[in-house]
Design a protein around this ligand. Structure first.
Ligand SMILES: C[S@@+](CC[C@H](N)C(=O)[O-])C[C@H]1O[C@@H](n2cnc3c(N)ncnc32)[C@H](O)[C@@H]1O
Length: 212
């Protein structure tokens, strides 16, 4: 059977839970006031992240790439008591917007935003992460993989967004550095024996990898 992406996406959205009001507000504000609003996860993917978090009930979640705070709030939905999300963002221009957005939900108090480059900050973290969501600069995906894998707990989940990169990863004619890095990342994940993994064609492609 064939379908076009728009049709499929409309159907997926129709059958997905609606996003909570605070996330709808953040989505609207992001589309009105930021330059690349499509970076935001959106309803389908956000509900997926929330569901994964509720299945795991994590104590420690690391997100790489906060943007306007949408996905951090989704990941926080399943936190265990006393748990928190650390989210990394290196664009200080987003600070006022992120603070305002996180204050829209009580979950915002369980999110720590670190305004540093992820490559500098991740090596300072203690091991024992329950979830990692990789969603920042594509060129560094292989580095994020290498830095985060040893920090993940047994049964910890690594999630990576944009792994299909609009299909470019499958097209040998595409040779830009983001596409190359994503291909390398996908290879690293799929070849890693300590992980049970599956790539899903949700939105721009999501890799899920559980540490055995
Ligand atoms: C795709 S957006 C994140 C979207 C967000 N996770 C969501 O779903 O709503 C990627 C973000 O990563 C940030 N970023 C890029 N390189 C980074 C780095 N080296 N360290 C920390 N953040 C970075 C960008 O400024 C951008 O806001």
């Amino acid at each position: 059977m064939e379908w076009n992406d728009q049709e499929l996406n409309r159907y997926l959205e129709e059958n997905c839970d609606p996003q909570p009001e605070h996330l709808l507000q953040i989505e609207r504000d992001t589309y009105l006031n930021t330059v690349l609003p499509r970076m935001l996860s959106g309803n389908n993917q956000g509900r997926f992240l929330s569901l994964l978090s509720k299945l795991i009930s994590p104590k420690r979640v690391l997100e790489i790439g906060t943007f306007t705070g949408y996905s951090a709030l989704c990941l926080a939905e399943g936190l265990a008591e006393g748990g928190k999300v650390i989210t990394l963002e290196n664009n200080p221009e987003l600070k006022t917007r992120v603070e305002k957005n996180l204050s829209l939900s009580p979950l915002g108090e369980r999110i720590e935003v670190v305004w540093e480059s992820a490559l500098d900050y991740i090596p300072t973290l203690e091991p024992g992460l329950d979830m990692v969501f990789i969603d920042a600069d594509k060129v560094n995906y292989p580095n994020y993989f290498k830095l985060c894998l040893p920090l993940l707990k047994q049964n910890g989940l690594m999630i990576a967004d944009n792994v299909l990169w609009s299909g470019k990863v499958m097209d040998p004619k595409e040779k830009d550095e983001d596409t190359r890095a994503l291909r390398e990342f996908n290879k690293l994940v799929s070849g890693e024996k300590s992980l049970q993994k599956i790539m899903l064609p949700l939105r721009d492609g999501i890799f899920l990898a559980l540490k055995k």
